[in-house]
Design a protein around this ligand. Structure first.
Ligand code: BES
Ligand code: ZN
Length: 641
């Protein structure tokens, strides 16, 4: 459904006009960068040009062309007893001259009171509820209105929030996950990535707990449980974040620190001691860091993602603590978002690849700068495999989802979170690097970030920019074939080659082992680093018998590894091979860990190998501890009622 179709009072031309005035499009009607149009009907091109002129976010009820927020003052109380957040969100707004209303996104919020410029107003009931978009809150405005305050309470089932209960001597914990469209479940807001605002906050939490946000943060617990925050740079709503728990602060550099629960703070400080090196490398590549500090918060294992790039404070899963710093690429990734995503932001979720593809590219470059080309090429090889598998997996069902530019109208933007945006996006940028040369590409990318800092970017404007600034040479342009990459299915055949001799040796070793060699004598497991181990385990043939898994386990006790990526790959194959000695560890893992990237393949492996009873038994125990983002996916996979 298009939420905007419900709004008839506001003319379409107003939208176009406002965006043109704001300089959001460059509709010169000539080159839009879609010049390999030979293969494409003119009407498709015309449609695309038209799309440039009206970048409407289908996943928000807000009408920023009429009235938009510019600053938030948030005053809130976090109540673990009722599992609610209640408070007042006061927004500074700017309006079009004739604006008569401002629209906010809400989802499962109860709105108690609305004030405009300090005076209570009658506001119409919230609009009809949509399953994932929620309900619009329309506030009537009189001419010249400057400020809107909304007093509200969140629901105990708010999709963004995970309330982790106190257990034994462990304190309770609360964290938010706002991306993509869940901010509206804990604060009424214009929840569109194209709308930015700065914020200040005052938050009351239970005594003894620390509160942290995507903002300037405290470094110690406040006795009274009251915290104030300031985010001076404008950010979109999906980067609003809050965490409350018994966490400690440990500095690991001039601009970097880790926050974690007391049990993990030492391990975390060791694991991420190199954060500042990553930050320096990133700045060396693409320009000054714009957010002052870069800290990392280790969340409870129920966190549904690996990491989330909340500005100034990346949220991360504890499953990246391996004891040997082998999984820091994830930190490089979230750090890279400080440029690609947080500074230059996808205008809509259809343009998600502009966030993630750029970030994977930037992540690889940071990894190369800090750990060398051999390591980064191994990561690129794994990324290539992930991409080929994903293209395979979704080509038949939803071929359009293999385009970089997505069409998510009417769907949950979560559907766009596939390896396409990440890895096809990465290889597309790498292709451009290899086509124009690294030096030119780097200079170009630095200016891209600088010129569009604190702004939005959509695919069509990006193509136009690319044409004008990077692919100016006809030969380069022809070599890249960007229409195929951006608007076409699958993986174009000019995809760059990655090669990693070490990964190739692993593949050869796997072939030998599958042909009957034994693990103890013939496998250099102990000499392998994580990427090699992961490659080996994730490429074992599905139908490998349990005895062969026993051979591996006996030789190297793989089921007890401290590296969760390796453990995950091991467990997935154990399920497929029916190697039952691993099942207790599997159950424990699934109850403890809520990271969707691990859950989906593990439950799916059980489902596909006739172990539905086992899957449902474990899921029944684990589900209460998972975040809504994970249960949403698993409920569907397992047909859970
Ligand atoms: N921003 C994403 C996480 C995300 C995307 C949350 C879309 C909600 C909707 C984050 O930067 C990310 O990509 N995390 C990855 C790790 C990364 C190393 C690929 C993850 O969590 O797996
Ligand atoms: Zn990312």
């Amino acid at each position: 459904m298009n939420p905007h179709t419900a709004l008839t009072r506001w003319s379409f031309s107003l939208v176009v006009g406002a965006l043109l005035i704001a300089g959001c499009a460059a509709p010169n009607g000539e080159s839009t960068g879609t010049d390999s149009t030979d293969a494409e009907a003119p009407s498709a091109k015309a449609q695309r040009i038209a799309a440039m002129k009206q970048v409407i976010d289908q996943h928000s009820f807000a009408r920023p062309d009429e009235a938009r927020i510019t600053h938030l003052d948030w005053n809130a109380r976090v109540d673990f007893g009722t599992r609610t957040i209640s408070g007042t969100a006061t927004y500074d707004i700017t309006t079009a001259e004739d604006a008569e209303r401002i629209i906010f996104d809400t989802h499962e919020l109860t709105v108690q009171e609305v004030l405009v410029d300090g005076a209570p107003v009658d506001f119409p009931p919230l609009g009809e509820s949509h399953p994932f978009l929620g309900r619009p809150l329309t506030v009537p405005l009189s001419p010249g209105a400057k400020q809107v305050a909304i007093r509200y309470t969140s629901s105990p089932d708010a999709g963004a929030l995970l309330w982790v209960e106190a257990q034994g001597d462990k304190s309770p914990f609360l964290f938010t996950q706002s991306q993509a469209i869940l901010a509206r479940t804990w604060i009424p807001v214009q929840d569109s990535p194209g709308i930015r605002f700065s914020y200040n906050a005052t938050v009351q939490v239970p005594e003894g707990l620390m509160a942290l946000m995507s903002a300037e943060n405290p470094t110690a617990v406040s006795d009274a449980g009251q915290y104030t925050f300031r985010m001076a740079q404008p950010i979109p709503a999906y980067l609003l974040a809050l965490a409350v728990g018994e966490v400690e602060y440990r500095s690991v550099g001039d601009r970097c620190a880790v926050y974690a629960v007391p049990e993990l703070i030492d391990e975390a400080a060791f694991e991420f001691a190199e954060m500042e090196d990553l930050l320096l490398a990133a700045e060396g590549l693409y320009g000054k860091y714009a957010w002052d500090r870069y800290d990392l918060l280790i969340l409870p294992a129920a966190f549904p993602f690996g990491g989330m790039e909340n500005p100034r404070l990346t949220f991360a899963t504890p499953t990246i603590i391996a004891g040997d710093r082998s999984l820091v690429a994830l930190v490089a990734h979230e750090l890279a978002h400080s440029w690609s995503g947080n500074l230059v932001t996808n205008s809509t979720w259809d343009d998600f690849w502009l966030n993630e593809g750029f970030t994977v590219y930037f992540e690889q470059r940071i990894m190369e700068a800090v750990y060398g080309r051999e390591t980064s090429e191994m990561l690129a090889t794994l990324s290539y495999q992930g991409l080929v598998d994903e293209v395979d997996a979704i080509s038949d069902l939803n071929p359009d989802d293999t385009h970089l530019k997505l069409h998510l109208a009417g769907r949950n933007p979560d559907d766009g979170m596939t390896a396409i945006a990440y890895d096809k996006g990465y290889f597309f940028l790498r292709l451009m690097e290899e086509t124009v040369g690294r030096e030119r590409f780097d200079t170009w990318l630095s200016s891209y970030f600088k010129e569009h800092a604190f702004g939005g970017m959509d695919t069509e404007r990006f193509v136009e920019y690319l044409d004008r600034t990077l692919l100016v040479d006809a030969g380069d342009k022809a070599a890249v074939r960007l229409d195929e990459w951006i608007y076409g299915p699958g993986l174009p055949d000019n995809c760059p080659n990655v090669s990693s001799p070490r990964i190739e040796r692993v593949d050869a070793t796997l072939a030998d082992w599958e042909a009957g060699k034994t693990a103890t004598a013939d496998l250099p497991w102990n000499d392998w680093i994580y990427q090699e181990r992961y490659r080996f385990l994730s490429n074992i043939a599905d139908d490998t018998p349990a005895e062969r898994m026993a051979d591996l386990d006996k030789a190297w006790s793989i089921g007890t590894t401290g590296n969760n990526e390796v453990l995950f790959a091991w467990m997935e194959q154990a399920i497929r091979s029916g190697y039952s000695p691993t099942y207790p560890r599997l159950e424990q893992f699934l109850i403890e860990v809520g990271r969707r990237k691990f859950l989906t393949p593990l439950y799916r492996a059980m489902k596909e190998t006739g172990k539905m009873d086992m899957a449902l038994d474990i899921y029944g125990k684990a589900r209460p501890g998972y975040h809504s983002v994970a249960t949403g996916t698993m409920d569907e996979l397992l047909d859970w009622k």
